[in-house]
Design a protein around this ligand. Structure first.
Ligand SMILES: NC(=O)c1ccc[n+]([C@@H]2O[C@H](COP(=O)([O-])OP(=O)(O)OC[C@H]3O[C@@H](n4cnc5c(N)ncnc54)[C@H](OP(=O)(O)O)[C@@H]3O)[C@@H](O)[C@H]2O)c1
Length: 373
């Protein structure tokens, strides 16, 4: 991701600055599942004595932005206070009046916000408006954390394509199913619960026809958490092998199903499945189509062929493997990533910013592909 920190003289941050910005980012995360296609935003209004006098976070349906919610709570105490906001406040008229106007009118003296909003309507303009009004604006604090919280939004804003997160469950020997294609379940209950938390954070979930036909999955968000829009279920199915009586095709009233195929199927359409005619092999086109529908993030859940195609095309932004301490074995059992793969070790896709978390007896490994250049 490109760096979004503004060039400015280095700021000396206090412990209060760090704590309050961490709080603003923590508040922002309360909106997961309830803001897309907008950003996650949190705000803490802090008195000169270091006391939080108002806080808020954005959720789309509430309309009000994090800053105005926090300012309303702070009331008169906002005068002379510092506003810690996890993202640049907006300065244009959208669904609400500009938050910059609200901050200025409330008498805020200083705004600390880690990163610019990459939405072209906002980018840089919010900070400029605040500075023009005489407010001290400081950026860069905890910017990596703030970028990560909004990684899908920022990617979507800068590319128009959804953020792609590849998630797979694998055995210790790297298999995603047995030689008979049985894959339920490789990982334990903790990993599977975590996988539903991941689904909750995404706008769409995508699998290949092989998985849709073999596993007959439902692909819904079972996190139990509130979400603004149903998880859109996407199947790459050039030959339209998905059965009209599959769990996906018979549950379109619960959540949409979009199939990218090379022809048409009146039977699937009669079930409410949307069929998008697409060129086999044009994965970028698939993502563009999803992006055009304001879907800013997609969780790719396999199988091997689809995972390999995404990796080969360099279209994966984040990877999570849940690794179970089981050995499946068998040369016929599919390994996690198909496609062409690397010719030399030097060409292997390396992950950076790697985190490792134990989930029951499984391990969750997450990282970001290092794209050269
Ligand atoms: N452990 C896990 O995390 C996990 C997750 C998912 C699946 N699985 C397992 O993986 C196995 C299935 O994997 P798989 O490799 O056989 O199948 P897959 O990757 O799910 O699906 C491959 C098929 O998707 C279609 N496809 C791929 N790219 C496409 C594109 N760009 N446009 C249109 N269609 C496209 C093709 O269908 P056509 O050949 O018809 O063109 C292709 O054969 C199952 O056993 C499943 O249980 C495991």
């Amino acid at each position: 991701m490109q760096t979004m920190t503004l060039t400015e003289p280095a700021t000396v941050w206090t412990d209060t600055d760090r704590r309050m910005m961490a709080r603003a980012i923590e508040l922002a995360a309360n909106g997961v599942g309830q803001v897309s296609p907008g950003p996650l935003v949190g705000c803490a209004i802090v008195s000169p004595g270091g006391e939080i006098v108002g806080e808020g976070f954005y959720i789309f349906e509430a309309i009000k932005h994090a800053e105005t919610i926090a300012l309303d709570l702070a009331g008169e105490k906002a005068r002379g206070a510092t506003a810690y906001v996890s993202l640049e406040p907006h300065a244009h008229y959208g669904r609400t009046a500009p938050c910059t106007d609200a901050l200025i009118a409330a008498g805020i003296k200083r705004v600390v916000a880690p990163i610019e909003d990459l939405n072209p309507k906002v980018s840089g303009k919010g900070f400029a408006h605040l500075r023009a009004a005489g407010i001290t604006v400081q950026t860069g604090l905890l910017s990596e954390v703030a970028e990560q919280v909004n990684e899908a939004y920022l990617h979507y804003m800068s590319t128009g394509l959804p953020f792609v997160h590849l998630k797979l469950a694998v055995s210790l020997d790297g298999k995603i199913a047995t030689r008979t294609r049985d894959s339920r379940w490789i990982t334990g209950a903790e990993s599977r619960a975590r996988a539903h938390e991941l689904r909750h954070a995404y706008d769409a979930i995508l699998v290949g026809a092989g998985t849709a036909v073999t596993d007959d999955p439902l692909l819904i968000d079972r996190s139990g958490l509130a979400r603004r829009r149903p998880l859109v279920r996407v199947v790459l199915d050039d030959a339209l092998r998905l059965s009209p009586s599959s769990q996906l095709a018979t549950t379109t009233s619960q959540a949409p199903v979009i199939v990218f195929g090379g022809s048409d199927s009146p039977e699937l359409r009669a079930q409410g499945v949307e069929i998008v005619n697409s060129n086999r092999g044009n994965l970028r086109g698939v993502l563009q189509e999803l992006g055009n529908r304001s879907l800013q993030s997609v969780l790719v859940e396999g199988g091997a062929a689809v995972a390999g195609e995404f990796i080969d095309a360099g279209l994966v932004n984040k990877v999570t493997f849940f690794i179970a301490p089981k050995i499946i074995g068998g040369t016929e059992a599919p390994s996690a990533i198909g496609g062409k793969g690397a010719e030399l070790m030097a060409d292997a896709l390396e992950l950076e910013r790697v985190s490792v978390v134990q989930r029951g007896s499984d391990i969750e490994v997450t990282g970001y592909p290092r794209h050269e250049g």
